[in-house]
Design a protein around this ligand. Structure first.
Ligand code: ZN
Length: 146
């Protein structure tokens, strides 16, 4: 299957104008659309046009451009009249991380006090302080993969 366009991919179909979308920005590398199922109104998706399921496979210049466009979307949200006191950027890379459409994309969504959205976590399990030995082991493990 070509990486340029994946036949059964919803985002490729949107990019190819085979499915409708509310488009905010389009250039040679990315498309920005309004998310159909938003965290809050103004939730946007920055989608590279070349199909790659995972972030690791996206060309670095495309990723840089994706982030630059996300910065512009952030500014647009903050100056719009949509409720927006802050902005989250979010990537779900892989099914275990919550990815539902397997075409890499960056979420950009407005946040405001009392919007009721947030990450769910267990204080007993998450954000527990690591000891330095384990931190160093993790650092060595990951450095070897760079
Ligand atoms: Zn795709």
């Amino acid at each position: 299957m070509s990486k340029l366009s994946h036949q059964n991919c919803t985002f490729c179909k949107i990019i190819n104008k085979e499915l409708p979308a509310s488009i905010i920005h389009e250039d040679e590398k990315v498309l920005v659309i309004v998310d159909l199922y938003p965290v809050n109104e103004g939730h946007l998706l920055v989608i590279p046009k070349i199909h790659n399921a995972n972030m690791a496979d996206v060309a670095s210049e495309t990723l840089q451009h994706t982030m630059k466009i996300a910065q512009e979307m952030n500014a647009a949200l903050r100056t719009s009249d949509l409720p927006c006191e802050g902005v989250n950027l979010f990537v779900a890379d892989g099914e275990a991380a919550g990815q539902e459409i397997f075409h890499f994309h960056l979420h950009v969504y407005p946040r405001y006090k009392g919007d009721g959205f947030g990450f769910r976590y267990d204080r007993a399990r998450h954000f527990r302080q690591l000891d330095r030995t384990r931190m160093d082991e993790i650092a060595i493990k990951l450095k070897s993969k760079l």
